[in-house]
Ligand binder design. Structure first.
Ligand SMILES: Nc1ncnc2c1ncn2[C@@H]1O[C@H](COP(=O)(O)OP(=O)(O)OP(=O)(O)O)[C@@H](O)[C@H]1O
Ligand SMILES: [Mg+2]
Length: 270
């Protein structure tokens, strides 16, 4: 359903994404892992066309995403729910209004400015807040919520437009372990219950291993691993993370090292 062919992004000679090809045949929860600067955000930002590809193709069902322009490009962006590390809520607005802003492209800015949302939108926002266990906070200002609660509000906002897929860029990087867990569970529910593709940039392999069906490992703009997390060998994990202290600290080498060595044979070389 989502096919990426030879996708490249060149920022003035810096190949942030270098000839990446991958295909998602059915709704999956996919973790994209890699060190800082590996190209994870740029890849997501090209999928939702916040960044224009330098070359290559992105196709979703019968939509040639890479060549969309103007209103069609904006319509595509509405089909990609985005979740960011810093939540990107409007801090002074209440929670339920923040959620409804997720549908801004479908309603007039004028109405939104004056907080005149149709009743069904309000009910829909409340339903989402209930679903993710934060309805009791709906009338509070967004900046009065904890980071984990804000991230769940951001997830509700992303779902407000009923997107085809959810793209999450380091959604738990600013959260403590408890809130990280709740946030990943919420993303997983979008996959499990709504049957959507969830693409999630993550720093640590442990998180990808726990929550994702599939892991894509990037290094220097290239995909160096694509497969189930438990098929990631120590060698490939080292290739993704490099032989620095991050490998043992945040890349959960304990689990990687515990892998039976025969699993490494299932690693798909890319
Ligand atoms: N707008 C931009 N202009 C120029 N270079 C950019 C731009 N965005 C990203 N880059 C460069 O592209 C490369 C990949 O960056 P990207 O943000 O995609 O990495 P990342 O894997 O998401 O890293 P992190 O884990 O730190 O978020 C980096 O070298 C970065 O400096
Ligand atoms: Mg990034």
């Amino acid at each position: 359903m989502l096919t990426i062919n030879s996708l490249t992004k060149n920022f003035g000679g810096n190949l942030a994404v270098n000839n990446v090809s991958l295909s998602v045949e059915s709704p999956q929860m996919i973790g994209i892992i890699g060190r800082s600067g590996a190209g994870k955000s740029t890849l997501l930002r090209m999928i939702n066309r916040l960044n224009d590809p330098t070359s290559g193709e992105i196709n979703y069902l019968d939509t040639a995403v890479h060549s969309l322009k103007g209103p069609e490009k904006r319509a595509w962006q509405a089909r990609c729910g985005m979740v960011f590390q810093q939540f990107n809520l409007v801090p002074r607005l209440d929670v339920v209004t923040n959620v409804m802003l997720g549908n801004l492209n479908k309603q007039s800015t004028f109405r939104a400015l004056f907080n005149l949302f149709p009743k069904e939108e309000v009910f829909r926002a409340i339903d989402l807040l209930e679903r993710f266990g934060i309805e009791e906070h709906m009338a509070k200002r967004a900046d009065q919520l904890s980071g984990g609660q804000q991230q769940r509000v951001a997830i509700c906002r992303a779902l407000m437009q009923n997107p085809d897929m959810v793209l999450a860029d380091e959604p738990i990087a600013s959260l403590d372990p408890m809130n990280a867990q709740t946030t990943m569970e919420a993303l997983r529910r979008i996959h499990d219950e709504d049957n959507k593709i969830v693409l999630c940039n993550l720093h640590t392999l442990d998180t990808a291993r726990t929550f994702c069906d599939r892991v894509i490992g990037m290094r220097d703009g290239r995909v160096v691993f694509d497969g189930p997390a438990n098929a990631l060998s120590t060698d490939v994990a080292r290739e993704i993370y490099g032989a620095d202290e991050n490998f043992s600290e945040t890349s959960t080498s304990t689990n990687i090292n515990a892998l039976p060595s025969d699993l490494s044979s299932t690693v798909k070389a890319v």
